[in-house]
Write a protein that binds this ligand. Structure first.
Ligand code: ZN
Length: 456
């Protein structure tokens, strides 16, 4: 639940300068050196677009000179990203020792702009971004499309849109930066020209000009990318071990926003690392990002890869009952990441319910003998009846034969190596022998009046 301190420190800038777009909001995010990857993945800033209005725009240097060690201006809008933290040729930056410069972008015609996003990557002081962004329609009589250094853009037909400075206060500021300039209430406006007045991040040495990796201009009429959908309204949190970022989307179930943020998220943040530890396999890392969408739908919940979807109508009814537990069950599926079709569904679901009902929520007696006893006279459980019944079976096998059975079967299923013979290997008995023995034990307990499994 802890916020990245750097994000918090850099925060969000609001700008309200006379003549500027008072409604432009700047969102800044930093992936530290250890977290930055060539995917340029952020939680609130959209990932770089593969095709946007800047792709075909004309980029020109109107003040300053490019550094000869760096790439050309094309790097800023070729939709290609550096693969590493220090790749001069894949970035554009102004000459070493200079105090920056100005890059003009001509979109060719006026475009209603939804968003302007800029990305940079460098291991040290050339990571952060310091620039002023101006925009113009280009129709003012005094318009100067290429204002040189010393000419104030505001004086020649430009308006200031945003004043960006992502430098952290205390640190060097290495890593990857994503900056998104948008108007939360709508679009930025109709513009043909943009002017980036880029400044160095420091003057202590010659190397203070930022490594800019990409500039994206998002046309308001372009389809909204999945990641960008109302990003401002999504709630993200980190798991307790800080290893995984979870995005919680309740935009289609606003009544559950509070519950999801305050009740559900803390449980998931605590349990994701526990489940990860319960279901290890060699060389396996559980997903470092996944998404939960809560919305009205049929059924209860499902997980597909790193997407969990849960039914808001059902959850609302179960807020005091099974709501959180049902998402702990889905959390197990996120960690399982079984991609083999030959895995038995009863074992996949039984394992998820075992963790949910015996480890997370044992006090609720949702799958133990208390629950078994609620069934009628003709109850005849079979080990592969799935969900809670299989959970009960797995709990029994864990207690009687092999405490690691769920982890071992989980690892085999994840690797696509599940085989019935594994039961024999791990417990000395076949699964049907185990099933018969378990059932006999269950039936004996159900028949006995003074059963040991009374709720206390
Ligand atoms: Zn399931």
């Amino acid at each position: 639940m802890k916020k990245d301190p750097l994000i918090a420190a850099v925060g969000i800038f609001l700008l309200a300068t006379a003549g500027a777009r008072a409604d432009a909001k700047v969102t800044v995010e930093n992936n530290g050196n250890d977290d930055a990857t060539s995917a340029f993945k952020f939680t609130t800033v959209p990932r770089p677009s593969a095709d946007d209005a800047a792709t075909s725009a004309k980029f020109t240097i109107v003040a300053g000179s490019a550094d000869s060690n760096g790439g050309s201006l094309d790097n800023l809008h070729d939709d290609k990203l550096p693969q590493e933290a220090d790749q001069p040729a894949e970035n554009f930056f102004f000459e070493a020792g200079s105090h920056g410069g100005r890059v003009q972008v001509d979109l060719g015609h006026g475009i209603n702009i939804r968003q302007i996003n800029t990305y940079s990557w460098h291991p040290a002081t050339r990571g952060p971004q310091v620039y002023k962004l101006y925009a113009a329609e280009g129709t003012a009589t005094n318009f100067n499309a290429a204002p040189k250094e010393g000419t104030a853009p505001e004086q020649c037909g430009w308006q200031l849109v945003a004043d960006v400075n992502t430098k952290p206060k205390l640190e060097e500021g290495g890593g990857q930066y994503g900056v998104s300039i948008a108007n939360p209430a709508g679009n930025l406006g109709q513009f043909r020209y943009l002017l980036f007045d880029m400044m160095p991040t420091e003057q202590d040495d010659e190397f203070g000009n930022t490594f800019y990796s990409e500039i994206d201009v998002i046309d308001a009429s372009a389809p909204v990318a999945g990641d960008a959908v109302s990003a401002a309204k999504l709630f993200t949190f980190k798991t307790a071990d800080e290893k995984c970022t979870v995005t919680l989307n309740t935009t289609q179930a606003p009544g559950l926003e509070n519950w999801a943020t305050n009740q559900l998220a803390p449980v998931l943040a605590a349990w994701y690392p526990k489940i990860t530890a319960l279901l290890p396999s060699p060389e396996y890392t559980a997903p470092t990002h996944f998404k939960i969408t809560i919305k009205p739908m049929d059924g209860v919940a499902y997980t597909a890869g790193q997407d969990v979807v849960a039914n808001s109508t059902w959850l609302e009814r179960e807020l005091k009952g099974e709501a959180i537990g049902s998402l702990v069950h889905e959390l197990v599926h996120v960690v399982q990441q079984h991609h083999s079709r030959s895995n038995p569904g009863w074992l996949v679901e039984g394992s998820a319910d075992y963790i949910r009902w015996f480890l997370y929520d044992a006090d609720q007696h949702g799958a133990d003998m208390v629950w078994m006893r609620k069934h009628g006279k003709n109850f005849s459980p079979h080990y592969n009846d799935s969900y809670r019944i299989t959970a009960n079976f797995l709990n029994w096998v864990s207690g009687k034969y092999d405490k690691d059975i769920v982890a071992q079967m989980g690892a085999a299923m994840r690797e696509g190596k599940y085989d019935e013979n594994l039961w024999q290997q791990y417990t000395g008995k076949t699964v049907s022998e185990l099933g018969d023995e378990w059932k006999k034990d269950v039936m004996a307990q159900l028949a006995s009046k003074d059963s040991p499994a009374k709720p206390n």
